[in-house]
Write a protein that binds this ligand. Structure first.
Ligand SMILES: Nc1ncnc2c1ncn2[C@@H]1O[C@H](COP(=O)(O)OP(=O)(O)OP(=O)(O)O)[C@@H](O)[C@H]1O
Ligand SMILES: Nc1nc2c(c(=O)[nH]1)N=C(CO)CN2
Length: 185
């Protein structure tokens, strides 16, 4: 009989060792106190167990994409974090944070107090009914890519490539950095 391997890792320990991945989130607000909504969302992300906020972009004032004539501008910010959370758990956390800021769910692209979009989660590619990773429209949205490029010039979207290259083909005129706005968190 062989003696037990002192370096062996038991199954329970192994299943608890989840890899840390980088997640990119885009936060947006176009209703209510937009600055306070974004500040509160960042605080809520910072208070999330198993998630560490690593970088936060400047605040950008952005023309609404989609929606209806006369919709208000958004404030957008991109947050980079490290996390061991599964993408579905991250989605649930994002929805809970949206709800905490009075988000109502009307038609797609409608004005809202808070939107939390998962842009990329490590190298993951997932396409399910309620969750698509990377976000299926992020590669064509200057309001996501401009703030992201500011904090991660080498950022890439799996399946789409470097964000700097993607931005070269987009109109960025509706995305204006608001250096006068600071987010408390
Ligand atoms: N990567 C993702 N990030 C956030 N939500 C996602 C993602 N992929 C799928 N969803 C699903 O999209 C649903 C609708 O989200 P939401 O109401 O915020 O859409 P929207 O913001 O109007 O439009 P868009 O999806 O174009 O940003 C969410 O409840 C979620 O189930
Ligand atoms: N400028 C801007 N436009 C949008 C945004 C957003 O965050 N910023 N979010 C949308 C739905 O997620 C639809 N349109």
């Amino acid at each position: 009989m062989t003696s037990p391997n002192p370096f062996a890792i038991d199954a329970d320990t192994l299943s608890g060792m989840k890899p840390i991945r980088q997640v990119v989130l885009c936060l947006g607000s176009s209703l209510g106190d937009r600055q306070a909504n974004l500040s509160g969302a960042i605080k809520a992300l910072e208070d999330t167990p198993d998630l560490r906020v690593v970088d936060i972009s400047s605040v950008y004032e952005t023309s609404p994409v989609g929606g209806s004539e006369g919709d208000p501008d958004f404030l957008n910010v991109v947050v980079i974090a490290d996390t061991a959370m599964q993408s579905r758990t991250l989605l649930e956390r994002g929805i809970a944070i949206e709800d905490a800021f009075g988000r109502t769910r009307e038609e797609r692209n409608a004005p809202r107090t808070l939107d939390v979009d998962l842009i990329v989660v490590g190298n993951e590619e997932l396409d399910s009914e309620d969750l698509t990773i990377p976000h299926p429209r992020a590669h064509e949205r200057a309001f996501v890519l401009v703030p992201w490029l500011e904090i991660e010039p080498a950022g890439t979207i799996p399946g789409h490539g470097a964000i700097g290259d993607l931005l070269a083909d987009l109109d960025t005129s509706g995305v204006v950095r608001r250096d006068d706005l600071e987010l408390e968190h």
